[in-house]
Each structure stands twice: as C-alpha cells, then as structure tokens.
Design a protein around this ligand. Sequence first.
Ligand code: NAP
Length: 308
Amino acid sequence: MSAIKLAIVGVGKIVHDQHLPAIAANADFELVASASRHHTVAGLPGYTSIEAMLGAVPEIDAVSLCMPPQYRYQAAQVALAAGKHVFLEKPPGATLSEVADLEALAAARGVTLFTSWHSRYAPAVQPAKAYLAAHAPTAMQVSWKEDVRQWHPNQEWIWQAGGLGVFDPGINALSIVTEILQSRIFLTRATLEFPENRDAPIAAELHFQDAAGMPVHAQFDWRQTGPQSWDIVVQTADGELKLSNGGARLWVHGVEQPLEKEAEYPSLYRRFAELVRAGRAEVDVAPLRHVADAFMLGRRKVVDAFHD
Ligand code: NAP
C-alpha cells in the first residue's frame, strides 16, 4: 500500500513536540510539505499559505491542521474543497457550526475529516472505560490545574476570543470524560473567571449531571503553582477509580494499575491512516459542545488582570 502523502499546516509547538516524531515513526505517511506563515520544517519544502502549497504540490493526499483553532476553518475548507483528507488538531474549531460545515463538506467531497482528541489515547482511558462499563459511576470529580506561564508562554491566541483560555487544556479532560462515561452528561451551572484584561477565562468551575442525576464536578485553573493536577476521580458502588497525569496513570481501589506506554500522537496518526484507508470520517464534537455550553450557561466573574 502506498504511503499517504501528508502536509503539515501551522508549524509551531505541538508540531515539533508531537506531530513530527509521530509521523516519522509511521510508515503509513510520507511527510511531503508544510505551510506556515513564518515557520518551516527542516528538510521539507515550505510555503507561506495552504493555497500556495496545494498549488505547488498537487500530489498531497492529506493535511494536518495545527494552527490555533480560530484560524483553522478557512484552511480546512480550502483543503477539503481540493479533495484532501483533513486531520484537525484539538479543539476542532472555534465554533460548533463551523465544524458541522466542515463535516458536510468532507462528506460531499468523499474525503476523511478527523477531529483528533489526543487525551482519549492516553493509556488509562480504555481501561477506565472498561471498568466503568462494568461498575456504574455514582459521582465524578475533575481537577485540571496547571500554571499557564509554564505551559503556554507567549501564546497570545489562547487569551483571545475563540482561543478558549483555560478550556484549551480543560477540553482534554472533557474529551476523556465523554469517552469513559457510558451516559451522556450535560452542564447545569458554571462560573467562568475572566482576567479583566483578557477575552478568555483563566479558571472555570463546572457542574454537570447525567439523566439519572449522576454528578460531575470539574475545576479548571491556570493559576496553579507548585504541583500540577490533571486528575479525574470516579466513585462507584464498588470503590474508587482515579486517572492522573492526564490519563497516564490509573488507580483502581487505591492500587496503581500497569498500563501501556504513553503513545497519544502515534495512536492518533494510526487512527487517521485507518480512516483514510477505509474512506471514513470521524467527527466528534462532544467535548467542544460542553465548552460551548459553559460559555452559554456560565456566570462570568471578572478577576485580577493577568500579565505574563
Ligand atoms: P503555537 O505554537 O502558538 O501555534 C502553532 C502555529 O500556528 C504557529 O507557530 C503559527 O505559525 C501558526 N499561527 C499562529 N497564529 C496564527 C494565525 N493567526 N493564523 C494562522 N496561523 C497562525 O500553538 P501550539 O501550541 O502548537 O498549538 C496549536 C494547536 O495545537 C492548538 O489548537 C492547541 O490546542 C493544540 N495542542 C497544543 C499542545 C501543546 O502542548 N502546545 C498540545 C496538544 C494540542 P506561523 O506563524 O508560521 O503561521
């Protein structure tokens, strides 16, 4: 089977940290070009726009779109209209409606659209899902607290409208929650804390429940110094389940479980190749819908200005 000729669009931190090593290790893909306004990938032809790249390298089969979410729709539309398969970094877009439009466009062109959620491929996620399928949860607490200065330095886009603020990491927690639970949850109340000088929240407290009333309480905070937490704790009638380190570690009834090695982005690219080869799309907006609900239902609280 010939390799899928892939191009990267929006070369930045996540491309260098994760995409390039994952693609290099996957024989299903051959990386052939990149498009980015200011950055290139060493050893690859680079173009300053997706339009220029697709014009110059027509053999491209697929693109991975890795720019900030506010700028992804236009590039996705261009790629899909040109008949290319599209991998969307998380979150898949700035609005639900634009993702719905891309889904329809991909279906009309008969190409793959993949809304990637890397945290769903963390090693604790499938074992946790299997446990909860057998032991119904009675309550869940999510604590996603990190130091924004450490993890998102110089990322202006993340503080702008559509950049999601603390929901940029928080949506990873929601992608795990929506994967491991058998039941659908919905938001009942929320508070979003906006620094007075920013258009995106620095913290959020969210209360969800499912149809049976099972509560899910989530706290996202970017002001955390000292120990960072990316934890999900679930109570069941038979005891407690805990995922920590963003799903890299798992405890059942207080006993740490052996897990596979972390391989989130290699798994995402394996899945993308499967979808392309099978001629299928995978579009799941559940985590983004919960974030949209939080912006719709959440009480807004203005807090101290944030300076880098
Ligand atoms: P980043 O480094 O700040 O941005 C990626 C690249 O996007 C930039 O280098 C820039 O390249 C391009 N870009 C920036 N502003 C743009 C604009 N206005 N229009 C078009 N292109 C623009 O961000 P990142 O950390 O890689 O994150 C990108 C995406 O990956 C986000 O959705 C994020 O949630 C996701 N992600 C990030 C991480 C992480 O650890 N950083 C982890 C998982 C997922 P040019 O200036 O060359 O155009």
